[in-house]
Design a protein around this ligand. Structure first.
Ligand code: FAD
Length: 497
């Protein structure tokens, strides 16, 4: 309510925000969460909460009048289509040199992502979070995060036989024939449910190609895990369709938070001001960085340090497809949930997810999202003339990622006598180098904050999301975001509250 006072306000309901809310509530503290996206708890007129990847409708994109699909073309033809402007689930946020895809709604990225729940190899952890004790992470916080998220791995015997992973078995064959380690990647999808989907005994979700715009069944998003547990404490409330625009010190202590309530067209209907003793920034790497950079530059939070907005990376994301021979079909039924990867990190700086291309038809295509050791880092800055925050990432910086991904796919193509697809990202364009699914950094741990996410210069303000991680996790990021949040909130509860 306008004018309300809350002990703790959390901005955003993704991984970092959900961990903070649950653990604070369990410690007996009342928490209010603010989320700019929708609640995603009510079916549309088709009886479904989420729309399918093959038929994006008004629910698909965040405030766009046309879809902005990561794979923009097929057989060279553009496949984007008009949709009514709506507070849909997937934001394709254009930041100059890169499009950053993000989930919008209660659950953040967990609503739209593939659920691939990967703990980095321990020997790589020092490069991921240099100031964090690896023994504590691997002994306590990664296990806690994996348990909280409900992570498990596909049954290998089932994988070997089921139609919907034919594409991944082709991926395995090609990886192994070129001498690359092929690994099963854990996920938060309920594998028993997927077995029943494949057997035709329950409503289909992953097996019907659902991914990107939400899964109606089977995927354990944060709504089913951390947020459900947080709500069950009775101490956590959530305001969807509310967007935080300002946080500034309040006269009597604590912070004044300004919040726009929006409707499903994205228009502001009310502006509310509340006060909070403590504020957790959990708006995601881009959301948190944009807020902090603006608030520092405009004088609302003048004491934030000069590291604010720095150290942003794309987790080295780059996509590509390969055209297989007619004797290597990848299947017209493809599970939307990836379950495997090709690990060439140590030798070539690339870890490639064997990804689905769920079109509903046989494409003979193998599709991959590579995570690479791209060294480039960008910075957010306040553009006073335009009244917005800019990011100085350059599209050309993806060349490093392309070179690393090629250490895998040039070799596979040479071995198989195959070529890259050139029809998925435009005409004659091999590499999906215009986007990331994995924004990281902007308020880096032990730089913009102390070693537990406390923002310098403003006691009672914390960062607890992907913006703490300096640009790369060597694998898919959400398990690391969750584990780091578990570590930091434990310390903060013990010492600050
Ligand atoms: P987020 O989950 O992004 O949550 C931030 C929340 O804050 C959002 O709900 C946002 O709407 C809200 N918010 C932002 N600004 C404001 C504001 N001003 N006021 C109020 N609310 C605000 N990672 C993996 O590990 N495995 C995968 O398989 C995987 N697949 C992916 C597939 C796709 C298509 C995408 C887009 C991402 C994928 N990711 C995956 C990445 C993963 O989802 C993110 O790394 C993760 O969600 C980031 O967590 P976070 O807590 O930092 O923020």
């Amino acid at each position: 309510d306008p004018g309300a006072h809350v002990p703790v306000l959390v901005i955003g309901t993704g991984y970092g925000g959900s961990v903070a809310a649950l653990r604070l509530a369990q410690a007996g503290i009342d928490v209010h969460m603010i989320e700019m996206g929708m609640a995603w708890d009510t079916p549309g007129s088709d009886g479904k909460i989420f729309c399918n990847t093959t038929s994006p409708d008004y629910r698909s994109y965040w405030l766009r009048t046309k879809t902005k699909q990561p794979i923009s073309n097929f057989l060279g033809f553009p496949i984007d289509k008009n949709t009514p402007r709506h507070t849909g689930i997937l934001d394709a946020e254009e930041m100059g040199g890169i499009i950053v895809y993000q989930g919008r709604g209660v659950g953040g990225g967990s609503l739209v992502n593939g659920g691939m729940a990967v703990t980095p190899r321990r020997e790589n952890f020092g490069a991921v979070l240099p100031s964090v004790n690896a023994d504590e992470m691997y002994g306590t916080y990664y296990p806690r995060a994996n348990a909280g998220l409900g992570v498990s791995t596909i049954d290998p015997a089932w994988f070997d036989t089921v139609d919907c992973y034919q594409y991944a078995r082709v991926g395995r064959k090609h990886a192994q024939r070129s001498g690359f380690p092929f690994i099963f990647v854990p996920d938060v999808y309920d594998w028993d449910y997927m077995k029943q989907e494949a057997a035709g005994t329950v409503p289909k979700s992953a097996v019907a190609g659902e991914i990107l715009y939400g899964n109606n069944h089977g995927k354990k998003s944060l709504q089913q895990t951390y947020i459900a547990q947080a709500k069950a404490t009775g101490k956590v409330t959530i305001s969807p369709l509310h967007k935080v625009t300002s946080v500034a010190p309040a006269a009597g202590g604590g912070y004044t938070v300004v919040i726009d309530q929006i409707n499903t067209n994205g228009d502001t209907t009310t502006t509310k001001t509340v006060t909070a003793d403590k504020v957790f920034f959990a708006a995601g790497s881009v959301g948190t960085s944009k807020l902090l950079v603006k608030l520092k530059a405009t004088g609302a939070l003048p004491n934030l340090n000069s590291e604010t907005g720095k150290g942003w990376g794309d987790n080295g994301n780059v996509m590509c497809g390969r055209a297989n021979h007619l004797w290597d079909p990848t299947g017209k039924v493809q599970s939307g949930i990836p379950c495997s990867g090709i690990d060439n990190w140590a030798a070539g700086g690339a870890f490639a997810e064997v990804a689905p291309l769920p079109t509903g038809i046989e494409t003979y295509a193998s599709f991959y999202l590579s995570i690479t050791k791209n060294p480039n880092r960008a910075q957010f800055s306040w553009n006073a003339a335009a009244g917005k925050v800019d990011l100085n990432w350059q599209t050309a910086w993806k060349q490093a990622s392309i070179d690393m991904a090629k250490t895998i796919f040039d070799k596979i193509n040479a071995k198989e006598g195959t070529i890259y697809r050139t029809d998925l990202f435009g005409t004659y364009k091999i590499w999906g180098d215009h986007l990331t699914y994995h924004p990281l950094g902007g308020a880096v741990l032990n730089k913009a904050t102390d070693n537990y996410g406390r923002l310098h210069g403003h006691p009672g303000l914390y960062v607890i999301d992907g913006s703490l991680i300096p640009g790369n996790t060597s694998v898919n990021p959400f398990v690391t975001i969750t584990a780091l949040a578990e570590r930091n909130i434990e310390k903060i509860i013990a010492t600050d509250l």
